[in-house]
Design a protein around this ligand. Sequence first.
Ligand code: XBP
Ligand code: MG
Length: 253
Amino acid sequence: MAGLQALIFDVDGTLADTEKDGHRVAFNAAFRDAGLEWDWDEALYGELLAVTGGKERMRYYIERWSPACPEITDQDAWIAGLHRAKTAHYTRMLSEGAIPLRPGVRRLLDEARAEGVRLAIATTTTPANVTALLEHTLGPESIDWFEVIAAGDIVPAKKPAPDIYDWALRKMRLAPEEVVAFEDSGNGVLSAADAGIRDIVVTVNDYTRDHDFSRASVVLDGLGEPGRPARCLAGAAPAEGVVDLGYLRARHA
Ligand code: XBP
Ligand code: MG
């Protein structure tokens, strides 16, 4: 085996807890601006997260909950417009520093860069959201730390389909056994696993704690920091509760 070559990160829920206080709030702001009386509370949003992709999520909400909608002839174009407004709200929130990275993310990225381990992103969210998050948490130069940013509509089928991981692996010319994928959700794990990735590190959050992670290699409540260990929920725990390169490399030896 070639050993560990790259770390591929999901964004929402993995790099940062973006859903409840970020995307959800931005969707509601866009709905208000459009004069809609839709309100996605925390519990409803948890149900809607079963569908990945903001445009797909709104379409699912309309189909499943039949909320009051204006007379429209082109639903796809209307949803796309609402979604652009939502992205504008979300990226403004990020620029105001509304959402920090999860503990341990910066440490692991720094360690990987120092050791020449390649970095990539594979996410369902819109590319502008990824660059805004990186820019406002790690600085504008951090966008270049990632050799590949695979995001949003560049593939036709979003997670749980494997397409976004397939795309990233192809771009990096890497085999699935040469990478670790970092995910927070059941849909994300399915996507990575169906792309052939065998080493999947899950860091759960409140929305994803009860998902099915049977295809992940380890499930933790975070990456951990020295002195602030992560709790291991399944799989082989890292020493001292900290996911670092030594722990990740040992699994690929
Ligand atoms: C993230 C998503 C995204 C975000 C919202 O899933 O499903 O849709 O919730 O972003 P994952 P957009 O973490 O599995 O990639 O509105 O830009 O889609
Ligand atoms: Mg996620």
